[in-house]
Design a binder for this molecule. Structure first.
Ligand SMILES: [Zn+2]
Length: 194
C-alpha cells in the first residue's frame, strides 16, 4: 500500500468507526485494524490534517475531530437509526451523517439566540420533520466556520443574534440547503476514499 492509499484507508476507517463508538479510533486501533505500522499511520494523519479532514493532537497522540464528527460534546447531537449517538462540529455537519452512514437520523441542537431545542429527522435522505417548523441555519463565512454555524428557531432569532454580532459574515441556509450540502460533501469524500 503506498502512502496515498494508506491516507485513504485511514480516513475511511476513522469515518467508519467514529459514529459506531462515538469517539475516534486510537492509534492502536488503527494499527490493528489496518495492519499498518505507527509510522505510516502517523504520516497519514499528518496528511489528512493538512488537507483539513481531521485534527490530530500530537501531544496526546489522539484524533480530536474528524469532520463532521467531534470527540467532545457540542451543541449538535445526531442519533442514528440503531440508536448510536455522535456529536458533530456544526449545524451543517449534522447533515453529513445520514449520507456517511446510509442511515435515517435524528438531529438535536438548540437555537443559538434563545436555546429552544431544535429537532429534525432525516428519513430516506429527505428532511421529514423540523421542530420548530421555521428553523433556519446560519452558515458562517469565517475561515474557521464551525463555532458560528448554528441552528436558529426562526429568521427573527437569527436576525436578533446578528444584531448582537454585526461583524459576522455568512449566509442564511434552509434545512433543505443544508441537506443538499451534506449530500454533496459526502459524495466528494466518497470519490476520494472509495
Ligand atoms: Zn430561538
Amino acid at each position: 500500500m503506498n502512502q496515498t492509499e494508506t491516507d485513504r484507508a485511514v480516513l475511511r476507517e476513522v469515518l467508519r468507526s467514529f459514529p459506531r463508538s462515538g469517539v475516534p479510533p486510537t492509534l492502536d486501533e488503527l494499527r490493528e485494524r489496518l495492519h499498518l505500522d505507527s509510522e505510516k499511520i502517523l504520516a497519514a494523519l499528518g496528511h489528512l490534517q493538512a488537507s483539513g479532514f481531521l485534527r490530530f493532537d500530537t501531544k496526546s497522540a489522539r484524533i480530536t475531530e474528524a469532520y463532521p464528527y467531534s470527540s467532545f460534546p457540542t451543541r449538535h447531537k445526531v442519533t442514528l437509526a440503531d440508536g448510536r449517538e455522535v456529536y458533530c462540529m456544526c449545524a451543517i455537519d449534522t447533515f453529513y451523517v445520514p449520507f456517511l452512514n446510509d442511515s435515517d437520523v435524528r438531529i438535536r441542537s438548540n437555537c443559538l439566540h434563545c436555546e429552544t431545542e431544535v429537532q429534525l429527522r432525516v428519513e430516506g435522505e429527505e428532511v421529514s420533520s423540523v421542530e420548530p417548523p421555521d428553523t433556519v441555519i446560519w452558515h458562517s463565512g469565517a475561515e474557521y466556520d464551525c463555532p458560528n454555524t448554528n441552528f436558529f428557531c426562526n429568521l427573527d432569532h437569527l436576525r436578533a443574534w446578528r444584531v448582537r454580532f454585526p461583524g459576522e459574515r455568512g449566509q442564511v441556509c434552509t434545512v433543505e440547503d443544508a441537506l443538499a450540502r451534506g449530500r454533496k460533501a459526502v459524495e466528494q469524500t466518497r470519490t476520494l476514499i472509495g
